[in-house]
Design a protein around this ligand. Structure first.
Ligand code: ADP
Ligand code: SF4
Length: 691
């Protein structure tokens, strides 16, 4: 299908200094969890985006010196020859697909506390980087950089630039954002220096200017030089000579780099969860750049709608459409727009499971794209599946796992029958996506249903509750059971181990609320699952007019939500909605009138008067249907997947569904993943210590 002419503007080439991007789609640097220890995995992950039409593919943060060590958070390094060879795999892959390769040269300063290399962290004035994020906490405090340290930092950038050019990178970043060292020089809170690098805005931008010059000179102007800069705090600060300090900073730097990459200052606002933040949320902060500079500007905003992208360009906000999450969820987003297949886009849902991977220190995983990170290890392509499927497969259960399994099996060429007890497909997302803020999560269902409906070899059976006899009568060659998990009304001990089911009036689980129960208020929601559902149910019940108290064993609401950047926003939402918050408490009993609680460390007993209790704690998988069939069907023809196999988040269900579908009829030997290995350091001299 020809592309919509309204989207033509997105496919215009853009000049970035000495380089030309073939279109306006720019995969900006983002955390992938892939260090130099997995060079083939990383190259294949990025090559997929280049193949999918992105004009530029970038590394994540790439440390230029051992004094910038973020461990245990994964990051790339460009310290020596061995690193160089590891990056060359990626640049060759990008070029093979016609894309430019960019590297984000990075020094974390006080935000990287060098847990492994044990260098003293560097900073302009000895102020630690804020530690609101549990994972970043450290008792190490940074040293104040002297004049030699500043000269060293500039030299390290130049040396890294030389290596980067040798590795084949086209665009070299200077990174002055997100709390990292050059950014710390820009902000007066961190920069209290009285030399040429501190005080006035003019002085505070000096280091960034010198870094840009050093990178350009080191590579003789052959590579493009990009500046990545956070604008949120600076935009909020008054200036005597400009509308804000951000305007003043950009005025000084407007001719310095070949490209501006603009972003927010904090992960929770930069990579905001869709639950509380809409597409394009950066615009009010970054909209002024193009009124000051003639250089191209790239920015992000979880853009998945081509119309929004066109509007960004036409209204003069951005020249290049930056993508991090949308490029993970759908590496082929540009190609699909180019080919007029907008309805085939696998839109990012903004759940932030991807960023949680980095917080976990592992390769990126994605709810929408189960192949992300598996391109090399398992040889999974997000769009192409080997067409080797023979015979018929019956998939029972049309939640995230069953939908993904059915789609992948159908793409393999199997005849697929997908049955679900409910009238609508979608499983847990039928209801969960109707909870406050979660409507974009329904894209998991919309994408898969849209694709399934196009395939001639798929038959859908809604309103079909299947028994073991039904399944046997169907006589499919393979059966995939994806019937989900159940929430149980179990209490737990102070260590959050599930104990016994609570038997009392008006005790509910999420499954009851999903079935339409509106509990009599006041209600307590007891959450020891600690992800989104407990807090989302609390918000939902407030919307139904209930007075709600949220109780958790953890130290914060939605405690695991700090991994997905949701947690601070959950607290803001609770305050706005009047939800009472009780932390570090465990429910010890309930009689329908009084909820008994104990402080988890001291055991101190407390009581709250409530009429109903919702327990969001323990989920159980398993399937009676699977058990019944296991005795009568050959093992290799019966497959259990998704939450029924092991209850988890939607990302786990989609991944399991995909894996099951790839492995139906395939031998274990053929399904075995490959192992990546780093290049051995050769002739490597550790660069001089900073201190
Ligand atoms: P997952 O996250 O693993 O995909 P869900 O709980 O979201 O699991 O979805 C499971 C789906 O299975 C639900 O839509 C439910 O209606 C369906 N289901 C459960 N048991 C049966 C059955 N015996 N026959 C048909 N559908 C079933
Ligand atoms: Fe988007 Fe979620 Fe995938 Fe991240 S994990 S790219 S937020 S769908």
């Amino acid at each position: 299908m020809p592309r919509d002419p309204r989207h033509d503007i997105l496919f215009e080439p853009v000049k970035i200094g000495p380089k030309v991007a073939r279109n306006r789609f720019f995969q900006v640097p983002h955390a992938s969890g892939m260090t130099n220890a997995a060079p083939h995995v990383r190259a294949a992950f990025r090559e997929m985006k280049a193949e999918g039409g992105w004009a530029v593919v970038s590394t994540g943060a790439c440390s230029i010196h051992p004094s910038s060590d973020d461990s245990p958070f994964p990051c790339a390094t460009l310290w020596d020859e061995a690193d160089l060879r590891s990056h060359m795999l990626m640049t060759e892959a990008a070029h093979r697909q016609g894309a430019l390769a960019a590297v984000e040269l990075w020094h974390g300063g006080a935000a990287a506390v060098n847990r492994t290399t044990r260098h003293a962290p560097l900073s302009p004035s000895g102020v630690p980087w804020m530690a609101t994020h549990v994972g970043f906490m450290s008792s190490a405090r940074p040293k104040v950089m002297d004049a030699q340290d500043i000269r060293d930092l500039i030299r390290w950038h130049a040396e890294a630039a030389v290596m980067a050019e040798r590795a084949g990178f086209d665009i070299l970043y200077v990174y002055a954002g997100m709390g990292y060292l050059p950014y710390q020089f820009l902000l007066s809170d961190y920069n209290r220096r009285t030399d040429d690098y501190g005080g006035s805005v003019r002085n505070r931008v000096r280091l960034v200017e010198q870094l840009i010059d050093a990178v350009r000179e080191a590579t003789g102007g052959r590579c493009a030089v990009a500046l990545r800069i956070s604008m949120q705090e600076l935009r909020g600060r008054p200036s005597e000579v400009a509308p804000s300090e951000a305007h003043e900073v950009i005025e000084h730097l407007k001719d310095a780099p070949d490209l501006f990459d603009v972003k927010m200052d904090y992960s929770a606002t930069d990579c905001a969860a869709s639950r509380y933040t809409a597409e394009g949320s950066h615009e009010p902060v970054v909209d002024f750049l193009k009124t000051i500079t003639d250089k191209p500007v790239v920015g992000v905003g979880r853009f998945t709608s081509p119309d929004t992208m066109v509007s960004m360009v036409k209204r003069g906000v951005l020249d290049l459409i930056g993508g991090a999450r949308p490029s993970i969820a759908d590496p082929f987003l540009p190609k699909k727009i180019e080919e007029g297949r907008v309805e085939d886009i696998r839109e990012c849902i903004g759940c932030n499971m991807c960023i949680s991977s980095w917080h976990d220190g592992v390769w990126v995983r994605c709810t929408q794209n189960p192949t992300a990170g598996e391109e090399w290890r398992r040889g999974w392509h997000p769009e192409i599946v080997r067409k080797d499927g023979r015979g018929q497969v019956l998939v029972v259960g049309g939640g995230p796992a069953g939908l993904e399994a059915a789609l992948t099996l159908a793409r393999r060429g199997h005849e697929v029958a997908l049955a679900d007890a409910a009238r609508e497909f979608g499983g847990r997302l039928r209801w969960e996506s109707r909870l406050p803020g979660l409507n974009q999560w329904h894209r998991v269902v919309d994408y898969r249903m849209g694709q399934l409906r196009k395939l001639p070899n798929v038959t859908l059976y809604p309103e079909s509750t299947l028994s073991a006899a039904d399944v046997r009568d169907f006589a499919a060659d393979h059966v995939v059971i994806a019937t989900g998990a159940r929430w149980l009304p179990h209490l737990c001990g102070a260590n959050e181990l599930p104990s016994v089911p609570l038997e009392a009036p008006r005790v509910y689980t999420p499954d009851d609320i999903a079935a339409g129960v509106v509990p009599e208020g006041p209600v307590a929601v007891f959450d020891y699952d600690n992800y989104y559902l407990g807090s989302a149910i609390a918000e939902h019940l407030v919307g139904k007019g209930c007075a709600v108290t949220y109780v958790t064993t953890a130290g914060a609401a939605a405690a695991w939500g700090f991994m997905t950047n949701e947690q601070p926003l959950v607290h803001q939402s609770f305050a706005a909605k009047g939800i009472a918050l009780r932390t570090l408490e465990v429910v010890t009993g309930f009689d329908g009138e009084r909820l008994r609680l104990a402080q988890i460390f001291s055991g101190e007993a407390r009581e709250v008067a409530v009429r109903s209790l919702v327990i969001v704690g323990y989920r159980q998988g398993g399937s009676a249907l699977h058990e019944a069939l296991a005795g009568v069907m050959p093992r290799e023809r019966l497959h259990l997947t998704g939450d029924a196999l092991a209850p988890g988040a939607i990302v786990h269900a989609v991944y399991q569904g995909h894996k099951t579908a790839r492995e139906v009829g395939v031998s274990a030997a053929d399904a075995r993943p490959r192992r990546d290995a780093p290049f051995a350091p050769r002739d490597f001299q550790m660069p001089e210590a900073a201190e």
